[in-house]
Design a protein around this ligand. Structure first.
Ligand SMILES: [Ca+2]
Length: 245
């Protein structure tokens, strides 16, 4: 974990500002991250891990990544996102982090070079922006037999895995090869509802008949209600926890 220097950041300020603003982040919060892979660029299937203890109580953090070509990202054993294009950037809201955490990545190259770049961003107890980036502190294996049960869990013993190889770096807010991202995918617990609502809006824009418009509005309304119900349940659960203390 480190804080980027002002000098390192300055050169990239213009590029990172756009995504940082979207994320409601201080752009200085994120410097470049190493592009990592195994030591052999011809390896097509790669598993990566990085444990990150959090000294302070951190309830939410954001994980930002880009991968060449495909990957599945898990945090503390739970899949939080998949991605399939190095041209895209994915932003994931992480909730329910523990004192000891792990990011585990199953990555697949499908031609040309393979690489993965990642940032985990959070605010510490003093209000300071903190980050964990992909670098040579990550562990890597290319051997499927090394992937035992719970390879994506904090407790997994990755001492036999290799150290990741870093080559060049990726600028925060850009895709893996430092171009403007084609798409920025946002994933959080509202993503499924948001996707359904977005699909409903697309249907509504294309609706030629009242029936089609009604069907689109019904789908949107149902998704909105489901999202509101989820929030209400969360509130009730929080109240129950608070009163039980
Ligand atoms: Ca590739």
């Amino acid at each position: 974990m480190r804080r980027p220097t002002a000098a390192a950041f300055a050169a990239f300020a213009l590029h990172v500002t756009a995504l940082a603003q979207q994320l409601d982040l201080d752009p200085a919060a994120a410097g470049p991250a190493d592009r990592i892979w195994s030591s052999n660029p011809d390896d097509q299937d790669v598993w990566l891990r990085r444990r990150f203890p959090l000294p302070d109580k951190v309830t939410t953090a954001r994980l930002v990544f880009s991968c060449d070509n495909e990957c599945r990202v898990l945090v503390n054993g739970k899949e939080v996102a998949t991605a399939a294009s190095w041209m895209d950037v994915t932003v994931v809201d992480l909730e329910q982090l523990d004192r000891d955490n792990v990011v585990a990545v199953e990555a697949k190259n499908t031609g040309g070079p393979g690489a993965f770049a990642c940032w985990v961003l959070w605010t510490d107890a003093e209000g300071e922006a903190r980050e964990l980036i992909s670098d040579v502190s990550w562990k890597v294996t290319t051997t499927a037999t090394d992937i035992g049960d719970g390879w994506d869990a904090v407790a997994f013993d990755d001492s036999k895995w290799q150290t990741a190889t870093a080559s060049f770096n990726s600028v925060f807010g850009q895709n893996l090869y430092n171009g403007a991202p084609t798409t920025v995918h946002f994933r959080n617990r509202h993503s499924d509802s948001a996707d359904t609502i977005a699909a409903g809006l697309r249907q509504l824009r294309r609706a030629l008949s009242r029936e089609a418009a009604r069907a689109a509005l019904d789908a949107i309304e149902k998704a909105v209600m489901a999202a509101r119900t989820q929030l209400w349940r969360e509130e009730q659960a929080e109240k129950a926890r608070d009163s039980g203390r």
